[in-house]
Ligand binder design. Sequence first.
Ligand code: GDP
Ligand code: IMO
Ligand code: MG
Length: 430
Amino acid sequence: MPASVILGTQWGDEGKGKITDLLAEKADMVVRFQGGNNAGHTIVIGNEEYKLHLLPSGILRKDVISVIGNGVVIDPGFLLGELKGLKKRGVNMGELKISDRAHVIMPYHKAIDALEEQAKGILAAGTTKRGIGPCYRDKVSRFGIRMCDLIDKPSFKEKLASSLELNRSYLRALGGQMDATVEEIMTEYEAYAKKLAPFVCDTSVLVNSALDSEKEVLFEGAQGAHLDIDHGIYPFGTSSNTITGGCCTGTGIAPKKIGKVMGVVKAYTSRVGAGPFPTELKSNVGEQIADRGGEFGTTTGRLRRVGWLDLVMVRYSARVCGLDSIVLTKVDVLCGIPELKICTHYMLEGEEVHDFPASMRTLAESKPDYHVLDGWSELTEEEWKACQGGGRETLPMELQAYITFIEANIGLPVEIVSYGPGREENVMLV
Ligand code: GDP
Ligand code: IMO
Ligand code: MG
């Protein structure tokens, strides 16, 4: 399968970074197609932990080309900081390419993001305040500045002048202010442009020619299907298309080129941000899962809300993303919990609801209906390692039953089970 897509099926933080890095071992290219530094993708290699935000999760492998596609929004100062951080740690990075059509996050986008959150009141998503939404808005309204503009002084000046004026008046309407002049912003951003220019190219040409010559290309999603701007929990999600379709628009490849889509499913559900969460746990079990799972936002450090696995959500993602298989992560976090619940459908006004609702009011009123399964006990490191070679049959019976239940309900195979943050902590089932 030359083109494989890896994406989140829930509300993000499913472990996409770990799985992308794992599969990148056999890849020639890893491509990010949407989002920006709102993402936080963690990779653990031995005692080293890397938290990537804009850089694709192939960057730690020196033989892999990492591509930031046109669908990504780039904070250039942040990206340079990320590169510098990895260099400082002595990482032998792979080659990096940045799309000339990717949009640039400007200082006013970040200022607007924070103020809009206040203005939205109860409709605020709890954004990462990285300027993601305002940057995508400028893109869609055609006031945006792309990487090809950033590295071309006359275009940059022209576009910045009109965009700054408009955004400044919007900021004022929100109760904020931005005194920086076009010249001041240009001085700052030209320094970034100079450093980033060597990486900028038409990445659609690059990715398509890699695919045409049968190279292995992995497309790495950020966020999760339920944060998608069209298909997610609007208005509490993010501003990009996180589903498989976003991979085509965000890189410039045709849908028919996609060979395989893998959906990463956390063995329970987590959410960082606001909005209805039907299976949310507000009990000791919830605290235990959050604590053991280290459920703190990789980008913002905020405590993540946690709940039981919700298959209404995963079935929806399987449909809108056209999933071929599932990667089940963080099963170790559920060790030792005697009874586990999996939501199969919701109940609303006495009726069963099998499809994830569009209306946030309906979602808030939906009550989860659960299938209850026995939990599995703690496994030692040696016991987990023994499962690595043995596959499915060597996993605890209760975990096998948990996996089988998910497979039957979603109608897809679980291909990989991840039992720890480390690169090697996986059991291949297929
Ligand atoms: P992403 O945004 O989908 O890449 O996920 P994050 O990196 O934001 O969050 C996942 C967290 O869980 C990170 O701290 C990972 O190191 C960690 N992690 C990934 N897979 C596993 C697993 O199977 N077990 C445990 N315990 N932690 C995991
Ligand atoms: P990864 O790639 C979890 C959430 C924010 C907020 C909403 C909108 O690490 O899975 P934004 O800053 O995008 O405008 O915020 O989306 N959010 C994420 N939650 N993981 C992420 O990325 C997220 N990126 C954005 O918390 O509710
Ligand atoms: Mg994350």
